[in-house]
Design a protein. Structure first.
Length: 106
């Protein structure tokens, strides 16, 4: 089975990028002890100050679903949503090869 990668584009309200970044980084700490989360990365768009990208790599769909079902994740979502201008855009892709972090298993 291929690893599941989620590429999320979040457009924030003007001036809210740093606040949303802090929330995302804090919520990402919850994944530190989860073996099924291979990578979680928050990045700022180089050309648009109101866009953030969040990339997660999961061992499989079940690992991602279990992590998202954790009660503390709802709290982080509730903090972020009012700071966004529109809904996040999510792309689901399956990793099939290339240079990867150790442990990705491709």
């Amino acid at each position: 089975m291929s690893a599941l990668m989620l590429i999320n584009k979040l457009t924030v309200k003007p001036g809210k990028r740093d606040e949303v970044t802090a929330i995302l980084l804090e919520s990402g700490k919850a994944f530190d002890g989860i073996d099924g989360c291979v990578m979680s990365l928050v990045t700022h768009d180089a050309d648009d100050a109101d866009v953030l990208w969040v990339q997660d790599v999961w061992a499989d769909e079940a690992a991602h679903e279990a992590a998202m079902a954790e009660p503390q994740m709802r709290e982080y979502v509730q903090k972020c949503v009012p700071l966004l201008s529109g809904m996040p855009e999510q792309h689901r892709v399956l990793a099939v090869g290339g240079k990867t972090p150790k442990g990705l298993g491709l």
